[in-house]
Design a protein around this ligand. Structure first.
Ligand SMILES: NC(=O)c1ccc[n+]([C@@H]2O[C@H](COP(=O)([O-])OP(=O)(O)OC[C@H]3O[C@@H](n4cnc5c(N)ncnc54)[C@H](O)[C@@H]3O)[C@@H](O)[C@H]2O)c1
Length: 425
C-alpha cells in the first residue's frame, strides 16, 4: 500500500490488488486498514485524483500492466524457512494472465534464489510469454514508512534484464533526485542484501542487550555506556538501545530465514544463532524480573500494568511483539494484567482477548490504577514524561520496570518509586 501510494504520488497509474476482500472494501471507502502516520492523506489524495485504485480482481490486475510489484507476506514456516507460497501463487497468476511483456518485481523479503524460482514458474505457466524478474527489496520501517519510501536511503535493483533495469530506474529516479541512490546488481546479491541488513540490525540489538546484562552484573549503567559508544564514528548512534528484545513482522522471521538458507547450503551462521538466543531470553526478562521482585507475594494476587503493546511506537503492528511474550509469562504465573497502547489495543486483543484477568484501558493512567508493577514496554512518546506523582497515587505498589530506559532513575526514586531498568544499576 505504501509503495502503491508512493508510485501514484509521482504520477504513475497504480492498481493495488489484494485477495483480502475486507481490506479492499475498506480502502475503497477511503479507510486505511493499518495505523501508519502520513499514509491516509497520500492514499486519499491519489485515489481522488484517479491514479490509485484497489481491487480484489487479482487476475485482471496483472493482465495489462508494465510492472507487477509482489509485496505479499513471506511468514516463517514451521521449520524457520520463509514460506514462499504467497509469492509463488502471484507468479502463477501473472504467468497465466499477462498479455504482453511484464516485469515481475519481488518487493517481498525472499530468500536468495527466489527470483530464479519466480522466473521458472513464469516460464512454466506462461509458455511463450515474455517476462523479466527483478529483486527490489523494501527497506521501509513501519511507523515511518511513508517517509522512508518517498525518500529512500537506497534503492536496490537486482536484475540481469536490461529492459527491466531501465524501467525500474525510470520509476525510482523521482524518489532520489538529489543524490542518485539507486544500486544495480544481480538478483541474488539483492536478495542477500535485504537479509544481511535486517540480520545486522538484529545483531546490534542483541549485542546491546548482552552488554546491558553485563552492566547489570557489574554495577555499570548501559545508558552511559551507550552514549560513550555512540560517539565513535565507526559505530554510530543508531540501533544501540537495549530493551525488551526485537519483535515485529520482519527481524524475527528474517533472522530465522537467513539461518535456514545458510543451513540449506551447508553452512552455519553462528553469530545469528546467538542473536536469536539472546533475543528469546530478552523477551522474557522483564516478566521474570517482576516475578522475582514480587516473589514474596502470591502471583495470583499481582496486578501488572503494561504501557505499550505494539512491537514499536507509531504502529499498531503486534506481530511477534515482546509485549505478548511478557503478558503470557505473567498470565501463566497467575497475575492479572491491565493494558494500554495508544493505537495497538484492538490488534493485541485479537490475540489476547479481554477477560477477567486481561483488561484493556483507553487511558494509560487508568491502566496503572491499583497496579503492583508498571512495565514500560513500547517507547511511545506519550509515556516519556508522565505525571509521576499522579502515577504514584494510582498504583498499589510504586514499582516501575522501564523496559526502554526512558525514565531517569534518580527522579523517580526521589518520588518514592522503586525503579528497575535494563542494564542499569
Ligand atoms: N512490514 C514491513 O515493515 C516490511 C518492511 C520491509 C519488507 N517487508 C516485506 O514485505 C512483505 C509484505 O509484508 P507486510 O508486512 O506488508 O505483509 P502483510 O501480511 O501485512 O500483507 C501482505 C498482503 O498480501 C496479501 N496477499 C496474499 N496473497 C495474495 C495474492 N495471491 N494476491 C494478492 N494479495 C495477496 C494479503 O492478503 C495481505 O494483505 C514481506 O515479505 C515482508 O517481509 C515488510
Amino acid at each position: 500500500m505504501v509503495a502503491g501510494a508512493g508510485f501514484a504520488e509521482f504520477g504513475n497509474d497504480v492498481l493495488c490488488a489484494d485477495v483480502d476482500a475486507e481490506k479492499v472494501k475498506r480502502l475503497n471507502r477511503g479507510e486505511i486498514p493499518i495505523y501508519e502516520p502520513g499514509l491516509e492523506s497520500l492514499v486519499v489524495r491519489n485515489t481522488k485524483e484517479g491514479r490509485l485504485q484497489f481491487t480484489t480482481d487479482v487476475n485482471n490486475a496483472v493482465s495489462d500492466v508494465d510492472v507487477v510489484f509482489v509485496a505479499v507476506g513471506t511468514p516463517s514456516a514451521a521449520d524457520g524457512r520463509a514460506d514462499l507460497s504467497q509469492v509463488l501463487n502471484v507468479a502463477r497468476t501473472v504467468a497465466e494472465n499477462a498479455q504482453a511483456f511484464t516485469i515481475v518485481v519481488n518487493k517481498s523479503t525472499v530468500p536468495v534464489g527466489t527470483a530464479d524460482r519466480v522466473m521458472a514458474i513464469l516460464r512454466e505457466h506462461g509458455p511463450g510469454k515474455d517476462f523479466a524478474v527483478v529483486s527490489n527489496p523494501e527497506f521501509l520501517k513501519e511507523g515511518d514508512a511513508v517517509n522512508d519510501f518517498m525518500k529512500p536511503a537506497r534503492v536496490i535493483i537486482g536484475t540481469d534484464d536490461e529492459r527491466a533495469r531501465k524501467k525500474m530506474r525510470y520509476l525510482y529516479e523521482p524518489f532520489v533526485r538529489t543524490v542518485d541512490r539507486i544500486f544495480e546488481m544481480d538478483a541474488r546479491s539483492a536478495e542477500v542484501t535485504k537479509y544481511a541488513c535486517n540480520a545486522m540490525l538484529a545483531t546490534r540489538i542483541s549485542f546491546m542487550n548482552e552488554i546491558a546484562a553485563l552492566c547489570s552484573e557489574v554495577g555499570a549503567d548501559v545508558a552511559k555506556v551507550r552514549v560513550g559508544m555512540a560517539t565513535d564514528g565507526r559505530i554510530g548512534p543508531r540501533f544501540l538501545f537495549p530493551g525488551v528484545g526485537y519483535g515485529g513482522s520482519c527481524f524475527p522471521k528474517d533472522v530465522k530465514a537467513i539461518i535456514s538458507t545458510a543451513a540449506d547450503h551447508g553452512s552455519e551462521l553462528k553469530i545469528l544463532k546467538a542473536v536469536e538466543a539472546v533475543n528469546e531470553r530478552q523477551k522474557v526478562l522483564l516478566a521474570d524480573m517482576v516475578l522475582k521482585k514480587l516473589a514474596d507475594r502470591p502471583a495470583k494476587e499481582l496486578v501488572v500494568s503494561l504501557w505499550g503493546l505494539a512491537f514499536k511506537p507509531h504502529t499498531d503492528d503486534v506481530r511477534e511483539a515482546p509485549a505478548m511474550t511478557i503478558c503470557r509469562r505473567l498470565l501463566d504465573a497467575g497475575a492479572s494484567l491491565q493494558l494500554h497502547d495508544p493505537v495497538a489495543g484492538p490488534c493485541f486483543a485479537e490475540e489476547l482477548p479481554p477477560s477477567e484477568r486481561v483488561r484493556y484501558f483507553d487511558h494509560n493512567f487508568d491502566a496503572a490504577q491499583g497496579a503492583d508493577a508498571l512495565l514500560l514496554v513500547t517507547e511511545w512518546p506519550a509515556y516519556r514524561r508522565p505525571d509521576f506523582r499522579r502515577l504514584k497515587k494510582a498504583m498499589r505498589t510504586p514499582l516501575l520496570f522501564d523496559g526502554r530506559n526512558q525514565w531517569d532513575p534518580e527522579t523517580v526514586r526521589e518520588l518514592g518509586f522503586a525503579y528497575v531498568g535494563i542494564g542499569r544499576p
